[in-house]
Design a protein around this ligand. Structure first.
Ligand code: ACO
Length: 335
């Protein structure tokens, strides 16, 4: 194995999976004091998907992964690496990536999970891409999957209207020179870590009857602080990625953003001077699925044949941590 090469790396195939159960804003009006009008105006969300109680995150991840492998024309045995980006693994141990490794029959793959919240898929894809770029590995499966519904406080209208469940996946491998990932930017600011958290979920405060009674085992979010951070971070990280390759923002054909709030997406699009027709938006259908948002939006747009070979596609996300991540790629797939 050598590590002195510089292969072009791109997405060979994508896939996504959403649970069938739909929760509409009208359904939420029956659960908390809210309205379809408030949720639509303030977030852009109309409905979201929820996994059934007995369906774990790994089931969604596996279905998305199988679809991405099929779309890429890659067999599971060819995979050298599996990374699952998630906040909602089935268990703390073992990792979901290891569960996928055996279920898919990826007999030669190293496997691990990665935690970077809503930026997780881009973090995972850029991590995998480094192994392929250097020739250490040839093919990697990267998954962003979540069942956030299992961590929602259904009495908290500030958060319960925002989230949904789903999974998206991509197979990465070598592509023609000049195509694939051209640049990326990953960043973090741990000083904002308290803005989005599940207080009782680990060694700091193990889950107990008391923490459950206080709903500390569920998502807590400072929405206004997160909003302020997000409107800056999402456009800025794309600018940083562009700067590294001296590419003007006008060259971007498609922006695939994290889907947390339509107002955050619009503000990033404005900063990048992009008309909304060039921005992939599905927040109205699925809400915020954390690490699953970007790969689902990417896979859905690819399935709709919106990208042409040679298009410049920018992925951009932000999330708990705090984290942010973007990449610029020249789309390498023929349709
Ligand atoms: N229905 C009706 N009213 C509501 C609801 C609701 N569902 N939720 C909040 N309100 C009320 C508030 O109580 C508040 O009332 P008050 O003024 O009497 O206190 C009022 O609406 C305004 O609240 P704001 O928080 O100012 O509302 P805002 O316009 O900021 O929207 C929102 C809130 C949607 C949460 C927004 O701040 C946001 O999108 N923040 C970013 C969230 C995000 O991006 N998270 C991503 C990370 S998630 C992760 O990493 C897992």
């Amino acid at each position: 194995m050598t590590a002195n090469n510089n292969y072009a790396v791109g997405f060979l195939g994508t896939g996504y999976y959403l649970p069938e159960k739909v929760l509409t804003n009208a359904d939420l009006e029956k659960i908390v004091e809210t309205s379809d009008e408030w949720i639509t105006e303030r977030t852009g969300i109309k409905e979201r998907r929820l996994a059934e109680d007995d369906v774990p995150m790994s089931t969604l991840a596996q279905k998305a992964a199988e679809r991405a492998l099929e779309n890429a024309g890659v067999k599971a045995e060819e995979l050298d690496l599996i990374i699952v980006a998630t906040l909602t693994s089935d268990r703390i141990i073992p990792s979901t990536a290891c569960m996928l490794q055996t279920r898919l029959g990826a007999t030669h793959a190293a496997a691990f999970d990665l935690s970077a919240a809503c930026s997780g898929f881009v973090y995972a894809a850029m991590t995998a891409s480094q192994f392929i770029k250097t020739g250490v590995y040839k093919k990697a499966l990267v998954v962003g999957a979540e069942t956030l519904s299992k961590y929602i406080n259904w009495e908290d209208r500030n958060t319960c209207v925002l989230f949904g469940d789903g999974a998206g996946a991509a197979v990465l491998g070598q592509v023609e020179d000049g195509y694939g990932i051209l640049s990326f930017d990953l960043g973090s600011d741990g000083s904002g870590g308290d803005a989005i958290q599940i207080p009782s979920s680990g060694s700091l405060m193990p889950v107990s009857k008391e923490s459950i009674d206080k709903r500390l085992n569920l998502i807590h979010m400072d929405g206004r602080e997160t909003f302020k951070f997000a409107v800056k971070a999402m456009g800025r990280t794309v600018e940083t990625s562009l700067k590294k390759i001296d590419m003007p923002k006008e060259q971007i054909d498609w922006l695939v953003p994290h889907q947390a709030n339509i107002r955050i997406i619009q503000s990033a699009a404005k900063r990048l001077s992009m008309p909304m027709e060039k921005v992939v938006v599905n927040i109205h259908k699925y809400g915020n699925m954390s690490a699953a948002c970007i790969p689902i939006a990417l896979a859905e747009a690819a399935a709709e044949k919106r990208f042409k070979k040679g298009d410049i596609v920018a992925l951009s996300g932000f999330g708990a941590g705090l984290t942010w991540a973007s990449c610029i790629m020249r789309w390498s797939k023929e349709d």
